[in-house]
Design a protein around this ligand. Structure first.
Ligand code: ADP
Ligand code: MG
Length: 271
């Protein structure tokens, strides 16, 4: 099941981030099956960047699952519609009751479109009373079961966890080093390309809560807000990407004409 050795470098399959100017700088995309941390402070557009990747992959026919722990599915989808994403180009499935998942997937009319399943754990959490929240592992198990299910039943090959930081609040890990190791192993064994969102302090002093995530992850993408005189610019950089000749320069991240763009890599932006 786990990662296999490739015959040559061109055999490495990659998933595009669909950020113009950045994919070109990471050999076309993230190696399939890799687990990538997406780190940044609030408002840096981490959720949007991850949704953008799954959306465009769904337009291209691939299925993905976006698990939201803090923001409701409606709030996330409304944000994306406001950014002009056309949800008619994909099968958008919003799940608030896990028992419905199988039928919702089976009912899909237009199978030529890829699906984006948004699972809103926040709502599920309010409705499920029998999950013992004193048991630290229960929410992690709910999430793992959702991933297993959508992988097996809906053929999801892409996964976003929004966010790892919210998972820490829900499941107070007793031994984060060991528990995190098994989460990463679980995702790699499934070979599901994963984006784990990490909410970081504004000063960007670290990429993840326990810092062990940094070396467990195959990749780290950092987004930050940088004040420049009286303007604030968003900046993106690929800090680490295993099995990839990547340009680690800092790029300006802009959203223009319905498209994410990474600009002025390694140069001073023209402000
Ligand atoms: N149409 C838009 N174009 C560009 N930026 C937008 C647009 N709509 C919202 N935003 C920005 O997106 C930010 C929120 O993005 P989000 O992905 O939720 O961030 P994060 O997940 O990092 O907190 C808002 O602070 C706002 O500045
Ligand atoms: Mg967010």
């Amino acid at each position: 099941m786990a990662e296999k050795v490739i015959s040559d470098k061109h055999a490495m399959r990659r998933i595009k981030l669909h950020i113009q100017g950045l994919d070109e700088n990471i050999q076309g995309g993230i190696p399939e099956g890799h687990v990538t941390l997406v780190s940044g402070a609030a408002g840096t557009m981490k959720s949007s960047v991850c949704f953008n990747a799954l959306y465009h992959e769904a337009v291209a026919g691939k299925n993905g699952v976006y698990i939201s722990l803090e923001q409701s599915a409606e709030s996330l989808v409304n944000h994306m519609i406001n950014m002009d994403y056309d949800m008619r180009r994909i099968n958008l499935i919003m799940v608030k009751d896990l028992s419905e998942l199988k039928t919702r997937v089976a009912e899909l009319q237009d199978k030529s479109l890829g699906s984006l399943i948004v699972v809103d754990i926040g709502t599920i959490r309010k409705e499920i009373h029998d999950v013992n929240t004193d048991n630290n592992k229960s929410w992690l198990n709910v999430i793992k079961n959702v991933i297993r299910k959508v992988h097996a039943e809906a053929g999801c090959s892409l996964f976003v966890l929004d966010s790892l930081s919210a998972l820490y609040v829900l499941s107070r890990f007793e031994n984060p080093r060991i528990e995190l190791f098994y989460i990463f192993e679980f995702l790699r064994d499934l070979q599901i390309t994963s984006f784990l969102i990490s909410e970081m302090p504004l000063d960007g002093s670290k990429y993840s809560e326990y810092e062990i995530e940094d070396f467990l992850a195959d990749g780290i993408i950092m987004i930050r807000l940088t004040p420049f005189r009286r303007q604030v610019v968003r900046e993106i950089s690929v800090v680490k990407m295993r099995a990839t000749a990547c340009n680690n320069d800092i790029f300006s991240l802009e959203f223009r004409n319905g498209q994410f763009q990474a600009l002025y890599g390694g140069q001073n932006p023209l402000l």
